[in-house]
Design a binder for this molecule. Sequence first.
Ligand code: AMP
Length: 360
Amino acid sequence: MLKTPLPLGSTIGILGDGQLGRMLSQAASRLGFKVVTFGPDVGSPAAQVSLASKVAAYTDEAVLARLAESCDVITFEFENVPAASLDFLTGKGAVVAPSSKALRITQDRILEKDFARNAGVWTVDYFPIDSVEDLGNAISEHGPGFESALLKTRREGYDGKGQIWIRKGDDIEKAYASLGHRPAILESKASFTREISVVAARGWNGEIKTFPIGENHHVGGILSTTLAPAQVSEAVTAEAHEIARKVLEGLDYVGVLAVELFVLPGDELVLNEIAPRVHNSGHWTQDGCLCDQFEQHIRAVAGWPLGDTSARCTVEMTNLLGADILDWPTLAAEPQSRLYVYGKDEPRAGRKMGHINRIK
Ligand code: AMP
């Protein structure tokens, strides 16, 4: 735990080396911190903009021990970092935020939903699935009116990967096999009218700041656009902010997280998932807010005062996937917009290569 703010020039370690690590590193360096990134890839997006980078597996204890020694605080940008690596760092005397407890819960869709319900946050109905028999039983529990439900792996799913819709009459053995017989969760279908997310931060001293709500559109399970601040009622905004507070306090969380929510008819909110890190749906804050989500995360883990989260304008963030990035000359010439490029070599289909924030 940090009792006093990190002094100017301190060193922050980041586990994970993708675009989120890159933008965290840039925000940290703006505040005068030095950044060491840690991840498996040489020349990664984060390594390109950091003082130093350690290229190793997340389980490499020798390299983790050196990281613990050289950093004043260590954080992460990737939720599939092993929670045991965070425990190892803490055991070596490192200050780590968010905690391994928060990571463990949010890495597992069942623990996450159990946590949310205990914290007083509503979720869809869900059933743990460890066999085809469990799947059959869970579908029976839906009753004769069953139309469809979503089968997801418990762990390591992202961008719509590791999920399959099960419809009435489907071959459930085949469906479960398509997820590699891994531990899974069957979720009842949320008949939502909109998808929104709330990005929020909590400091070591319990201070909380919440960004305005973003409205998200997915294509093929991958976030395509976020429009923020979203056109939602004051009641929805207040409820979403309250959900973020319950999650942050329930996890005793330090740093930025995102809560993805389904808006049901009648404006009832249901939690979909918690991302224990800065989030793609918060990229709009880079141009929409005085303090963006990346700076806010650095401030939170460094024990600095949290920044101003109020919106300055409306922004539409669009992800640039795969070959979209090849349009950069046109995108870079657009007025009222700002282009972000992640420095990845290969524009493979569906790969997040950059994003553009358009002021509306
Ligand atoms: P996830 O990886 O859990 O965020 O799921 C990706 C996307 O699938 C979400 O943004 C929703 O569009 C959709 N989705 C996930 N869970 C459900 C659900 N229980 N009911 C309906 N749609 C869902």
